[in-house]
Design a binder for this molecule. Structure first.
Ligand SMILES: *Cc1c(COP(=O)(O)O)cnc(C)c1O
Length: 302
């Protein structure tokens, strides 16, 4: 039996001391709570993809990611739940003297076969050749792009809007490929402001990538901020770690180091700088990703 999500998303109010006197309300939509591994937005991006793979009678799902990829491990767990095999193409050669990352070990535990590809080849890897090299048939594969960034992924993310009440004036979400933001933006009324927080340097390129997938009346109705990358994708500062620990003490909500930690730090700085109108009602989306916190070691208090 398929048991994803294990729990439906819910809303947790943030502690008033976190957002007063700057705005009326700030709540968090807890997509992180839906499953320990297929967490947050990843499930919404995968659900139609995996259903399609099963419906088409494919033998296995092929997808791609780095050694700490939330998408890779979510795909491994979701594929297992749907009783379909999975193959993960991993960025970076696995040095036998190095242990696998906990993320990749979990992928294997869920039955995913991993193929490691040198970083320099990863972007141009020939999927057909690669499938042949592991003795599988390319015609039997269902390929999901890195990060679940395809039309089925965007459509799946439209369902997240069902948890966003009309009372919220501002909806904040972390952005990687922009698939989640695009789905949410298309599904929400244009009156609701959608803000995206990019965890990488020069994230403004996402504006053009996302706009392509937005409905005609929504094309200009979103804003991407890239001021809180903290040194680049997957990088972090001591300031970010101590912010995340303080956020946990105040709100009892664990954030992830790659996406939601940077977003919430950005929102706090925007609150203090008076970016939001005082009558704003903010909904921050917790997109999950907590498994990736293993890369930080012991510095987080949760
Ligand atoms: C993958 C991920 C994102 C980015 O989602 P996109 O749809 O690629 O923009 C945001 N937050 C978390 C926690 C993620 O794991």
């Amino acid at each position: 039996m398929v048991t994803i999500p294990e729990q439906l998303p819910f809303i947790t109010p943030l502690h008033t001391s976190w957002y007063q006197p700057y705005v009326l309300t700030a709540d968090m939509l807890r997509l992180d709570a839906i499953h320990p591994v297929v967490s947050g937005n990843k499930w919404y991006k995968l659900k139609h993809n995996i259903a399609d793979a099963v419906a088409r009678g494919c033998d296995f799902i092929l997808t791609f990611g780095g050694p700490y990829s939330n998408h890779l491990v979510a795909t491994a767990a979701a594929a297992k739940a749907f009783n379909i095999k999975s193959v993960g193409v991993v960025r970076g050669i696995n040095n036998p003297s190095n242990k696998l990352t906990p993320t990749l070990q979990t992928c294997i535990d869920y039955g995913m076969s991993l193929v490691h590809v040198a970083k320099s080849d990863f972007d141009n890897v020939d999927a057909n050749e690669l499938i042949k090299s592991i003795g599988m048939e390319a015609e039997r594969a269902f390929e999901i792009p890195m990060g679940g960034a395809n039309e089925s992924g965007r459509v799946g993310c439209e369902d997240i809007a069902a948890y966003i009440e009309a009372k919220y004036t501002h909806v904040c979400v972390a952005v990687g490929t922009g698939t989640t933001l695009a789905g949410i933006r298309n599904a929400l009324p244009v009156e609701q402001t959608v803000l995206g927080y990019a965890p990488m340097k020069k994230g403004e390129y996402l504006n053009d990538e996302i706009r392509v997938f937005l409905n005609p009346d929504k094309k200009e109705s979103f804003t991407i901020f890239d001021n809180w990358h903290g040194g680049g994708f997957g990088k972090w500062t001591n300031h970010l770690i101590s912010f995340m620990n303080t956020f946990y003490k105040t709100n009892q909500i664990p954030l992830d180091i790659v996406y939601t930690g940077k977003m919430m730090l950005g929102i706090l700085e925007q609150l203090k700088a008076g970016y939001f109108p005082v009558d704003a009602k903010i909904l921050c989306i917790h997109t999950g990703g907590l498994q990736g916190n293993v890369s930080v070691g012991e510095q987080l208090i949760y």
